[in-house]
Structures are given as structure tokens and as C-alpha cells.
Design a binder for this molecule. Structure first.
Ligand SMILES: Cc1cc2nc3c(=O)[nH]c(=O)nc-3n(C[C@H](O)[C@H](O)[C@H](O)COP(=O)(O)OP(=O)(O)OC[C@H]3O[C@@H](n4cnc5c(N)ncnc54)[C@H](O)[C@@H]3O)c2cc1C
Length: 414
């Protein structure tokens, strides 16, 4: 049995940021990682992915972006290199190839079973990621057999797909990026678009993440957000990590030749049925984008920046073809692949404690797990602020949770 004060599960950027905070507070700990450092980026992301957050924003506690392209966007290989460098920089005590199979309550803390080892710790931080599993709707079971199905965790590049048409389900960041890439490979692509978040890459000469930060939107705290559950499940914005295009949205994809259809609601006898509400969904996304741009304009005016920035403007509304089909026969041979770009979910199946709500989600207050003193969550969307969804959010979140963890240990001396 290995005794330590704290165990961090997962050596992604969030687990490593926490390791740095624990070291700062001289809290003895170990980071358990099932693969290598930055394992998700090494094994679960498609190679052409680039971050949609700009380089200047890819910062971690004690580590700012220092390259020569602050306004660029990191490809996956650079994300891996950055996180690996960070692990070395902070001297994180990572045990790689150590899969945590069970975390449960034990006398004076927790027992963690990992491979053949048993760890005992007074505190545990779960930093195993928000995107470990694909979130696939139940209708996936009704896809007729000759059609290949893929998720963003198994997709690598268009060369892996059989010849023929591709139905991409979901039009958030992943869906629009992959629809574009597969279309460029010469395959006919149909993109099923449900609720989505439309944002321009740049507005008034600045990157949209500059605006999201400047206006204070990313700093909004979890306990000040009216509908927190909704905020935590909001789709990622329709953005690609490229400074070449001002906007990558449904209009752009439709102009390239991607067929846009409504939300995939049902598959009956091999026929995919799409919602007729595409026009409404798009109008709502346009409305919300314009609301944010108005907020940005108001902030620019009150900050006295109007003279420095190009004038306000608005983007063309999303065009919806009135002849958009409502059905597609998946048995006709037109579609040979369905790609589920319908989101991701965390995997905490190995947590053996009664800390879940009826929906199976771990109950927590800003990362402090309810009903399990000493147990923490890190790296989930809108965990403590809207920035928690992104890499740089781990800085403030790890500081707050390490502070809580430290107080917890001090309040219960051994
Ligand atoms: C497609 C995609 C694009 C994204 N783009 C951006 C972006 O542009 N900008 C941005 O800021 N964020 C982006 N994110 C979001 C965010 O950065 C990731 O969700 C991020 O990887 C979360 O970091 P993490 O450290 O919490 O988890 P991860 O990076 O997933 O790390 C978790 C670690 O835990 C390990 N692990 C899991 N289970 C176990 C276990 N049982 N035992 C031991 N180890 C375990 C994993 O191997 C992994 O190494 C993106 C996410 C995805 C999926």
C-alpha cells in the first residue's frame, strides 16, 4: 500500500496545474495517469485538429505562451509538446501507465486501486477530462448495418472512410471542422444541425476570444449563472482554429457545397428523419451571436476603444434553403458513413461512491464534490467560471480548489 496526502487522477493540463498548486503548498501527492502525459491529445484527437483558442490564451499556472505566433492556433502536436513541457517544468510526480480502476472511501480518506497498486490518500482530485467518451444519442442503434459509424474519438482523417457520402451529425466546433475536412476530400457531406452557437472568428479586428475575455463573459462565475446546467451543456462555438477565415459557419459550408439539414431526430426503417426547425434554430443562433456582438460594442464604447477599433458591423444571417430535405434513406447507398459529432462526456465509472445525481452526474459545488469531503473535480465545462471550459481556466480553478483542499487538510489534522 502506498500512502500519500493527495492523489490527482489524470495528467492532462488540469491535473498538472493542480500538481503545481499542491507543490506550491508543499502538499505531498502523486499524479496517476493511465497513458502518458497529455494522453487524450495523443490518442483521442484527430491529427488535423488545431485549438480554437489562440496561442496567447494557452497558458497554465507559471507558464505563458512564449512562441512567436501569439495570435496563431496550436495543432495537436504542439498541444502535446506544451503539456509535456509543462509536466517537466512543474516537476509533477506523474506515474504513467497507471489506470485508476476504483476510488472509494476508506478510513481517514480514500483508497485508490490502480493497476496492482493500492494508494491511500486524504484527498483525491479527479482530473480525467470532460471528453473521455463520445455522447451518442440512442437512435445510433437504428443505423442500418452497411453504414460505417465513427465518433470524433475514432476519426483520424477522410482516408479512413469508405467511398461515398458522409452524414455528419452535429454542427458545433467538431462537426463544422470535420464536415469541412471531409468535404475537401471529395466526399459529398450532409451536415445535420441542431442547436448551435454561431460566433465569428474575428470581430472589429480582434479575435473572438479577445472579446469573450475583455467583456468579462469568460469570467462569469458558476454561482452567478441563471441556468447552470444549460451553461454546462452548451455546445462549443462554430469556430475553427485558423486566422484565414473571419467566420466558419453554416453559410460558409453551404457555399462550399455541404448540404445542411435539420437536427437528426429519428431513424425509422433505415430512413433518417430531420427536424423541420432548422430555420428557427439558425435564427436563434444568429440572434444570440448578435446579442453578444452588441455586448461587445457596448463594452468597447464604455472602455473608450471605439476610435481604436474598426466600426461595429453585423454578419449576414444564416441562409436556410427552403428545399432542405427532411428525410434521407440510409439504405440507398448514398450515405456510407455516419459521424457522430454530438458532443462528449466524462467517464467517472470507476468512482465507487454515492455522489451522483439522478442523471448520473457527480454533484459538486464549483468542483468541491458534495457529500465526500476531500474529493474534488477539475477540468469540466463551467466548473467555476465560463473559462473552466478552456485550458487557461485551469489556472484559477486549480488555485481555488487547492486552497479548499489545503483548508480541508488543516481542519482535519491526522
Ligand atoms: C475536440 C476537442 C477540442 C478542444 N479544443 C480546445 C481548445 O481549442 N481550447 C481549449 O482551451 N480547450 C479545448 N478543448 C477542451 C479541453 O482542453 C479538454 O477537454 C481538455 O483536454 C481537458 O483537460 P483535462 O486535463 O481536464 O483532461 P484531459 O486532457 O482529457 O486529461 C485527462 C487525463 O486523465 C487520464 N485518465 C482518464 N481516466 C483515467 C483513469 N481511470 N486512470 C488514470 N488516468 C486516467 C487520461 O488518460 C488523460 O491523460 C477541446 C476538447 C476537445 C475534445
Amino acid at each position: 500500500m502506498i500512502q500519500t496526502t493527495a492523489v490527482v487522477v489524470g495528467a492532462g493540463h488540469a491535473g498538472l496545474a493542480m500538481s503545481r498548486r499542491l507543490t506550491e503548498r508543499s502538499i505531498d501527492h502523486v499524479v496517476l495517469e493511465r497513458g502518458e502525459v497529455a494522453n487524450s491529445w495523443r490518442t483521442q484527437r484527430w491529427p488535423s485538429l488545431t485549438l480554437l483558442t489562440p496561442n496567447w490564451q494557452t497558458r497554465l499556472p507559471g507558464h505563458d505562451y512564449a512562441g512567436d505566433d501569439p495570435d496563431g492556433f496550436m495543432p495537436v502536436a504542439d498541444v502535446v509538446a506544451t503539456i509535456t513541457r509543462y509536466a517537466r517544468l512543474v516537476g509533477a510526480p506523474v506515474r504513467t501507465a497507471t489506470t485508476v480502476r476504483t476510488v472509494r472511501v476508506a478510513r481517514e480518506g480514500f483508497e485508490i486501486l490502480a493497476n496492482g497498486d493500492v494508494f491511500r490518500a486524504r484527498a483525491v482530485v479527479l482530473a480525467t477530462g470532460a471528453c473521455s467518451l463520445p455522447a451518442i444519442p440512442g437512435i445510433a442503434d437504428a443505423i442500418p448495418p452497411p453504414v460505417t459509424t465513427l465518433t470524433p474519438l475514432t476519426y483520424r482523417d477522410p482516408g479512413q472512410l469508405p467511398d461515398g457520402g458522409v452524414l455528419v451529425v452535429g454542427a458545433s466546433a467538431t462537426g463544422v471542422q470535420l464536415a469541412g475536412e471531409i468535404h475537401r476530400s471529395g466526399r459529398p457531406v450532409t451536415l445535420a444541425a441542431g442547436e448551435h452557437v454561431r460566433l465569428p472568428r474575428t470581430y472589429r479586428g480582434r479575435d473572438i476570444f479577445w472579446w469573450l475575455q475583455a467583456t468579462g463573459l469568460l469570467a462569469e462565475r458558476y454561482d452567478q449563472i441563471d441556468d447552470l446546467t444549460r451553461a454546462r451543456h452548451l455546445p462549443s462555438p462554430q469556430l475553427t482554429g485558423t486566422s484565414q477565415a473571419t467566420i466558419t459557419d453554416l453559410n460558409t459550408l453551404a457555399a462550399l457545397g455541404v448540404r445542411i439539414v435539420g437536427r437528426l431526430g429519428r431513424i425509422a426503417e433505415g430512413v433518417a428523419q430531420f427536424s423541420g426547425s432548422l430555420a428557427n434554430v439558425c435564427a436563434l443562433a444568429d440572434l444570440k451571436m448578435n446579442r453578444f456582438l452588441t455586448r461587445a460594442d457596448q463594452w468597447a464604447t464604455t472602455s473608450g476603444l471605439d476610435d481604436e477599433l474598426p466600426p461595429p458591423h453585423r454578419f449576414a444571417p444564416t441562409r436556410v434553403d427552403p428545399r432542405t430535405p427532411l428525410e434521407l434513406d440510409l439504405t440507398s447507398g448514398q450515405i456510407t458513413t455516419v459521424l457522430w459529432a454530438t458532443g462528449f462526456r466524462p467517464d467517472h465509472s470507476w468512482l465507487d461512491m454515492p455522489v451522483r445525481d439522478r442523471a448520473g452526474r457527480i454533484r459538486h459545488d464549483g468542483g468541491v464534490v458534495t457529500g465526500a469531503p476531500g474529493l474534488y473535480l477539475l477540468g469540466l465545462p463551467v466548473l467555476r467560471t465560463r473559462a473552466s471550459t478552456y485550458i487557461h481556466g485551469a489556472g484559477a480553478d486549480s488555485a481555488a480548489l487547492a486552497g479548499h483542499l489545503h483548508s480541508f487538510l488543516s481542519s482535519r489534522p491526522r
